[in-house]
Design a protein. Structure first.
Length: 143
């Protein structure tokens, strides 16, 4: 039986290994990484607010509320009264915006109303300068 030892089969000294042993280097880098992670401060995802102290006085009078109902066919009602055209609606919005204490405008669209009608009413209210505007009755649509 013959046995081949080494590349040339002479059985001389084994070859010298020239590669660097990187295992200790990796161990040191992992220790440094763990130390870095431990020393980094924990980020707080909080927003600091300076809130007023005490209770504000109650309002002297309740604000006026204007209910605008938009029906499925685009019919617009101002506090139950049908608005005949878009120009009348804009005039009503402008009169409400000129009051010193603007009324709260509650827009109540029908579930079947097209978005086009709702967008026209909201755009008219915004262009008139109304600031107290809200869409009411969409809670059942959130589910």
């Amino acid at each position: 039986m013959a046995m081949n030892i080494g590349p040339n089969g002479s059985g001389g000294d084994p070859e010298v290994m020239i590669d660097i042993n990187i295992t200790p280097l990796i161990d040191v880098l992992l220790v440094l990484l763990v130390m870095l992670i431990i020393t980094i401060p924990i980020q707080m995802h909080a927003v600091n607010l300076n809130l007023p102290v005490g209770n504000p006085p109650p309002p002297v009078q309740q604000p006026e509320v204007v209910d605008i109902y938009i029906d499925f066919d685009g019919t617009i009602s101002w506090n139950g009264v049908v608005v005949p055209n878009h120009r009348t609606l804009v005039d009503d919005f402008e009169l409400a915006a000129q009051k010193p204490d603007q009324p709260e405008v509650h827009v109540r669209p029908n579930n079947l109303a097209s978005y086009k009608y709702v967008a026209e009413v909201l755009a008219a209210a915004q262009s008139s300068g109304l600031t107290k505007l809200g869409v009411v009755g969409n809670a059942e649509l959130m589910n």
